[in-house]
Design a protein around this ligand. Sequence first.
Ligand code: PHE
Length: 340
Amino acid sequence: MLDRLTQLETEALAALEEAQDSDALADWNRHYLGKKGALTQMLRSVGELPKEERPAFGRATNEAKATLEAAYQARADALRQEQMQRELARGTLDVTLPGRPIGPGHLHITTQTLRQIYAIFAEMGFQVYESPDVETDELNFGLLNMPPHHPARDMWDTFWISDEVLLRTHTSPGQMRVMRKRCPEPIRVILPGKCYRYEQITARAEHQFYQVEGLAVGHGITMADLISTLTEFARRFYGPERHVRIRGSYFPFTEPSIEVDMDCILCGGDGCRVCKHSGWLEIAGAGMVHPVVLENGGYDPDEWSGFAFGPGVERPAMLKYDIDDIRLFYGNDLRFLRQF
Ligand code: PHE
């Protein structure tokens, strides 16, 4: 019996040296020291021995068990060390390699487009005037000739913050802010900014987008000034060969109101997918400032006149760079943004 024990110990120690990884080590542990392991079984068989041999055998078995456990622990530590050495060797850091440069980034496509628009209007004498995104019902609608319950309010699906406060649905409330600030001086400004509409998001409509309002107030300003200003803008932004077309429209804050179209930049008017086979692209709503609006801004409509227009910003960029989905602008996908 004692011989068998010594043999088992020798065999176990040899097997332990063979174990090269943690799986092999776990197998070894189960095989020799586990509940059904060889040593445990040997300990159980102590009952088969004559009484006087039992204490000596029990002691020897416990000693063997302690030896094997210590050897197991030592082997496990050694294997862990070896593995760590291997990993360190593999991941050696070459501190002399040059670092990875962090790119400086660049302006968002919308910002670039806005800056092109500012530059064009700046050359025509328009200043940039900013007005807030969070507006009152009064400025967004009321003072623009749309009292409460005016049906034209339905043209703008609105994000309401309270009964009187909202996210501006267009940049037109800025008209009133500039007029009240500048009156009685003549005005020539653009008002760029984000607008918000409670709308279904599609490839052509976002609930947040930019507009650039234009406003000129002075003496003897006519529709001819409005049309020539927008024609000039279209030619500078899209190319000198562009033509514009005017259609009658309706806005409560302009009279008369117009819709300004431009011949399609892709097909030149023959009809294609971009212009939905009409040959024309809508570029802005516009019109002569309504007398009520002039008056609300402090200007006497018998003495003063003015024009206003409100093109978007993403749509012109979509046309110019052939982008077919407005959702790409604010989707934060660098693969898209890096192209511009
Ligand atoms: N504010 C109008 C819109 O958002 C556009 C517009 C601006 C029309 C100025 C006329 C004058 O649809």
